[in-house]
Design a protein around this ligand. Structure first.
Ligand code: IPM
Ligand code: MN
Length: 358
């Protein structure tokens, strides 16, 4: 029997609740597909700071590196907001991404037909939206030097090397080849030197993919176009901070940020996590939507473990639960037959996933 080692990082806020549901669903499909998942839980974020005085203990990196994949919930919360930057939960996550070398963050935004009324946009604008934000994850202004602050100033630097742009561009073009063969590269080349280099290098990479249609868009325009006509996009290729912002924006096409998964990949182990944060305001109430995390678990099966059938089963089970009218609170105002808790939603999806005939 195939057996995979998964590093589990629950994190803070709603992290533990949503990860528990993803594990429930994973175990259900593993049992019916005949493979085994061997989890090892490690700490990151505020909880790791509370226990070890460090938001990213070395053990977490070691265990992750020895695993086939990492499934991660969310980190952060007000409780840790006043700590010095290096001790903050977010610093742990950024260092973690860097250590693992996960330079490509794939954030698909699709609209479930069942939730077409959940979006704040008109149904005709969003019906059939299927786009993928490819966000560079371990460079740009998040990591550039110099950075710092003193009493009267704070500064960060946006830097990209040709090497960094080249490798993320290849990811975007390869994905486009499996999709609708369109890449829109988003930058701010009318103002930023770093964006001029970005654009030049993307043009170079594009030559290797003659079938893919490349366009460029300034980030301010892209933010507007995403709302005006999201269907114009297939793959959106962009840097770290622009991708952070645009992927939150893209999530609202689907109706709730609680729905969208992500995969962060590099040359070593990948990290699978919902795009939303730790939502401390609703933590512990059993109302968080576990679908983004369950869909991230499906991406993990598909990309890291190549258990495609199991991944398909999870995706079909999510759609079925929505079709049957099951809704967590965040999406309960739209065509709900039954409003369910975090763990009820997890159980419903787990049951459907285990039943689904392929
Ligand atoms: C995300 C988050 C993180 C980011 C934070 C928590 C550091 O917003 O994964 O999008 O900015 O990358
Ligand atoms: Mn973000």
């Amino acid at each position: 029997m195939a057996s995979y080692k998964i590093a589990l990082i629950k994190g803070d806020g709603i992290g533990p609740e949503i990860i528990d549901e993803a594990v429930k669903v994973l175990d259900a499909v593993a049992a019916c597909e005949g493979f085994e998942l061997d989890y090892e839980e490690v700490l990151m974020g505020g909880i790791a700071y509370d226990v070890h005085g460090d938001p990213l203990p070395q053990e977490t990196i070691t265990v992750a590196m020895e695993s086939d994949a990492v499934l991660f919930g969310a980190i952060g919360g007000e409780k840790w907001d006043t700590l010095p930057r290096e001790k903050r939960p977010e610093s742990g996550l950024l260092r973690f991404r860097k250590e693992l070398g996960v330079f490509a963050n794939l954030r698909p935004a699709t609209v479930y037909d069942e939730l077409i009324n959940a979006s704040s946009l008109k149904p005709e604008i969003i019906k059939g939206v299927d786009l993928m934000v490819v966000r560079e994850l371990i460079g740009g202004i998040y990591f550039g030097e110099p950075k710092g602050r003193d009493e009267n100033k704070g500064w960060n630097t946006m830097v990209y090397s040709r090497f960094e742009v080249n490798r993320i561009a290849h990811v975007a073009f390869k994905l486009a080849m499996q999709r609708d063969k369109r890449v829109c590269s988003v930058d701010k080349a009318n103002v930023l030197d770093v964006s001029q280099l970005w654009r030049e290098e993307v043009e170079e990479v594009a030559k290797e993919y003659p079938e893919v249609k490349l366009s460029h868009m300034y980030v301010d325009n892209a933010a507007m176009q995403l709302i005006r006509d999201p269907k114009q996009f297939d793959v959106m290729l962009t840097g770290n901070i622009f991708g952070d912002i645009l992927s939150d924006e893209a999530s609202m096409l689907s109706g709730s940020i609680g729905l969208l998964p992500s995969a962060s990949i590099g040359s070593k182990v990948g990290v699978y996590e919902p795009i939303h944060g730790s939502a401390p305001d609703i933590a512990g109430q059993g109302i968080a939507n576990p679908i983004a995390t369950i869909a991230s678990a499906s991406m993990m099966l598909r990309y890291a473990l190549k258990e495609t059938r199991a991944a398909d089963k999870i995706d079909m089970a999510i759609t079925k639960a929505l079709k049957e009218g099951y809704r967590t609170k965040d999406i309960s105002m739209y065509d709900a037959k039954e409003v369910c808790s975090t763990s009820e939603m997890g159980s419903i999806i787990a049951n459907y996933a285990a039943q689904c005939k392929h």
